[in-house]
Design a protein around this ligand. Structure first.
Ligand code: PLP
Length: 632
């Protein structure tokens, strides 16, 4: 009997380390999200959410969005800065902006502008489409709309016209040539711009995006370009328009020391710009605030060694110190924190379709009487395995298994006998590997045995569509089953998606001390429902995802809790097969017409009957309108 408990599950999957108080496991062994229902916080089972969706006829995979978690992140960010400002007696404000690129979904922008209003929370637009979306939602005259990215005349004109309407739009120079273009359009329209300059810090940071900062970073002006820009602003009489200084060190910065170092360099430049005579008011410290995906609270790239409060306090202290030293008034601080605001908001849930097992802890069938001797030699190894002869037993198992394969090639052993031998072999390997777990010294040849015994769990989703960063930059996301957690997960698995691509798999998982090459999962009997979720996927994943193998967007639903009831809103149906085909320039009607004439030809040739044609055409049309994922 296993004495497995819910606490063991919590420890194994680290849910309380990465969950940040938003996720946990209930006594029924189901993963819960903690959502606010009025004044109360209610644990809501993800499995129950999925069951409700199934009853309503919505298939897996499902992307669940929790608006409450988005609100709480906005609140946490803004309140952390507020209290750090109060504690340090900082004289400036905090006025964050949300970088639209991190999750552009309409619902996110709507929520940020509605819920963030009490904090004058603004937006950052990095392109013309983002600016156009932002202008439709961002109408708070005290919030900032910061424009980064390349700007053509159309972009500049729109931003200037919005200034006339009373929106605080700030055009940030990313490249030296932009300044002349802005001045030209400003003169043409007769509208004075509010300007910012992005600077290329020399301070290098750590983590995956280290190259976004430092001398070789792609964006921003270096110090000589900055001085040229100041001189041009002075010459053109525009220096009074420069109010903002911006830098961006990179995303997911794991180490607070590097953040402090960059802030120190930045505030020194800020002070110098003020001393040049610019009315410097805003210090925009960009993105980078990290998410502790693995819950290790370390400077590992999937984690961070600081809390939000420490982040806010560190930035404020550095700015305060250097401004005070130069008698410059404390600025309004801006961060463009995206990941830390939206990551928690989305969870991807998918079902397991099938399993290929390599580990065989259960005793296999014995060879039948009359089977070749080699099979019995293999079978007999079972009785002699002990801690002292693991290497010898493994060598023997390998030898007899290969002998059986040779005999098969020579026609002496048939396929059925070969299958029996393979099963015995994997059973022996499983038992030997189990014994090595308790050994202090594991012989070299047996060290890789464990990894060869990891099962494949075939999961109904696409890594490329729903977790692109897991594939592209090996980012870790917390992944765990959402039910059965009151039972011990005895299997080790990697997750293979349904794209038929060798890279379409997840084989790196969070672990307490390092990265694990497998996920502990429950035994799944054929046909049994088994659901797994990837958490903290609200940042970057949705729009970076692609159509590899023509697997489209999954169904999306927003979930909240009202008067104790699970409430589904903002349901967005995932792509249909016709949708994804049209994205790659097929015309669904034309496909249908082509297939119909092919079917008609088959009727004429007598290959199928007219009635069969009708049934085949119905299947074809149902396929076109169906979900791109595996449907039961
Ligand atoms: N600001 C700029 C200019 C960026 O390029 C990015 C993303 O890389 C961000 C903000 C958002 O960064 P994060 O999501 O790490 O907060």
């Amino acid at each position: 009997m296993s004495n497995w408990s819910i606490d063991d599950a919590r420890e194994l999957y680290g849910v309380q380390r990465w969950g940040n108080g938003y996720f946990d496991i209930n006594t029924d062994g189901e993963t819960v999200v903690l959502l606010r229902d009025g004044e109360k916080e209610v644990p809501v089972s993800l499995q129950k959410i999925i069951e409700g969706l199934k009853e309503r006829g919505s298939a897996m995979p499902q992307q669940l969005r929790f608006r409450d978690l988005l609100d709480r992140r906005i609140e946490h960010l803004n309140e952390s800065f507020r209290s750090a400002i109060a504690e340090t007696n900082f004289q400036g404000n905090y006025r964050g902006v949300y970088p639209i690129k991190v999750n552009q979904q309409q619902q996110v922008i709507e929520e940020i502008t509605e819920f963030g209003k009490k904090y004058n929370y603004g937006l950052e637009a990095g392109s013309k489409p983002e600016l156009i979306a932002a202008l439709a939602y961002m109408h708070d005259p005290d919030a900032y709309l910061i424009c980064n990215g390349y700007k053509d005349d159309e972009f500049i004109d729109l931003a200037l016209q919005a200034v006339e309407m009373g929106i605080r739009v700030i055009l940030v120079l990313e490249m030296p040539s932009e300044l002349a273009a802005i001045i030209k359009r400003s003169k043409a329209l007769g509208i004075r711009p509010e300007l910012g300059i992005r600077f290329r810090l020399s301070t290098k940071s750590e983590g995956h995006w280290a190259e976004s900062g430092g001398d070789r970073s792609v964006f921003g002006l270096n110090s000589s370009q900055l001085i040229d820009a100041i001189d041009l602003l002075k010459a053109e009489g525009y220096l009074d328009c420069l109010t903002l200084f911006h830098y961006h060190q990179g995303s997911q910065l794991p180490n607070i020391r590097a953040i402090r170092e960059a802030a120190t360099e930045a505030v020194r430049v800020f002070v110098n710009l003020a001393q040049e005579g610019a009315p410097m008011e805003i210090l925009d410290m960009g993105g980078g605030l990290a998410v502790d995906y693995d819950g290790s609270h370390s400077n590992f790239s999937s984690s961070c060694n600081y809390t939000l409060t420490e982040y806010a306090t560190n930035l404020i202290e550095v700015v305060q110190k250097h401004c005070d030293e130069s008698s410059i008034p404390h600025p309004t601080l801006v961060t463009e924190s995206g990941r830390a605001v939206v990551a928690y908001y989305s969870v991807l849930v998918f079902n397991i379709l099938d399993v290929t097992k390599f580990s065989h802890p259960d005793e296999p069938d014995a060879p039948e009487a009359g089977a070749h001797d080699m099979l019995f030699n293999l079978w007999d190894i079972r009785n002699r395995i002990d801690d002292n002869n693991l290497q010898e037993c493994f060598n023997d198992a390998l030898f007899y298994r290969d002998q059986v394969r040779d005999l098969f090639r020579h026609g002496v052993v048939n396929l059925r006998e070969r299958a029996v031998a393979e099963k015995i072999y994997w059973h022996l390997c499983t038992r030997i590997a189990q014994k090595t777990e308790h050994l202090e010294h594991v012989p070299e040849a047996l060290q890789t045995l464990q990894s060869n015994l990891i099962d494949f769990y075939y999961a109904n989703f696409s890594v490329f569509q729903s977790l692109p960063d897991a594939w592209a930059i090996q980012q870790l996301f917390p992944i765990m089953p959402i039910h059965k957690l009151d039972q011990e997960p005895t299997q080790r698995a990697i997750l293979a998606d349904i794209t038929c691509d060798c890279d379409g798999k997840i084989d790196r998982f969070i672990d307490r001390d390092s990265v694990s090459t497998f996920l502990r999962v429950h035994k799944r009997e054929s046909g049994e429902e088994y659901n797994i979720a990837a958490f903290l996927v609200g940042a970057y994943q949705e729009t970076l995802g692609d159509l590899h193998n023509l697997l489209g967007d999954p169904h999306v639903v927003s979930v909240s809790i009202e008067d104790g009831e699970i409430t589904y809103t903002h349901e967005v149906e995932g792509d249909s097969v016709a949708d994804v085909l049209s994205y790659v320039e097929y015309e669904p009607k034309d496909l249908e017409r082509r297939f119909r004439s092919f079917a008609e030809k088959a009727v004429r040739q007598g290959t199928i009957t007219a009635t069969q044609r009708k049934i085949i055409m119905e299947s074809y049309k149902a396929g076109l309108s169906g979900y791109t994922y595996y449907e039961d």
